[in-house]
Design a protein around this ligand. Structure first.
Ligand SMILES: [Fe+2]
Length: 189
């Protein structure tokens, strides 16, 4: 194994900026087709809001390391009644866990395993979530400010989006007159 040197990395809790950073990507609403329950609302939001940014991921990965980390910054917003959320994924390597630490904003981490068990973990400043191996995870911004969290993961974890892109997750997170409500996803089968 190659010799690795310690590195200081700065993370901005409000913007999610990572310095130094080694990679980043942005997800616009147009790239999230099919993940929101209300397809018409998705098309309308896309048109009326000119394909808004839903979230941005910035990472720090050291060549030769077994771990990498970074931030995800999610904008506030909704598609119909459904809050902005990430695509959600299992890890390709089913033995790999992950940790999310919320830096600012307010949201929910939605988790489910392959046996159908569903859990949510609150996301607010100072909370960390342990994501066990082989639990799908999706983060949801239920607040009015950006939701910024850092994550720490094995470089071998990978992303398995397949099952969730096809049938969604078992629960939807909706805005009901200003209150957050979790309901069963009627499209899940
Ligand atoms: Fe993950």
């Amino acid at each position: 194994m190659s010799e690795l040197n310690p590195t200081q990395v700065s993370i901005n809790s409000d913007t999610g900026a990572v310095s130094p950073e080694t990679g980043r990507y942005i997800k616009h609403l147009s790239e999230l087709e099919g993940i929101y329950f209300d397809g018409e609302a998705w098309a309308r939001t896309l048109r009326e809001e000119s394909d808004p940014v839903v979230y941005e991921v910035v990472e720090f990965k050291k060549q030769g390391s077994d771990l990498f980390f970074g931030t995800t910054t999610m904008q506030p917003g909704k598609v119909g009644d459904e809050y902005y959320m990430t695509r959600g994924h299992f890890h390709e390597d089913r033995t790999k866990s992950e940790v999310y630490c919320t830096l600012s904003g307010r949201g929910l981490l939605l988790l489910e395993n392959r046996q159908g068990q569903c859990e949510t973990v609150e996301m607010r400043e100072g909370t960390c979530a342990f994501i066990p191996p082989d639990w799908a995870h999706r983060s949801i911004n239920c607040g009015s400010e950006p939701l910024v969290f850092s994550w720490f993961c094995s470089v071998e974890a990978g992303h398995d989006y397949g099952q969730i892109l096809k049938q969604g997750m078992r629960k939807l997170c909706l805005d009901r007159d200003g209150e957050v409500e979790m309901v069963d996803n009627p499209n899940f089968n």
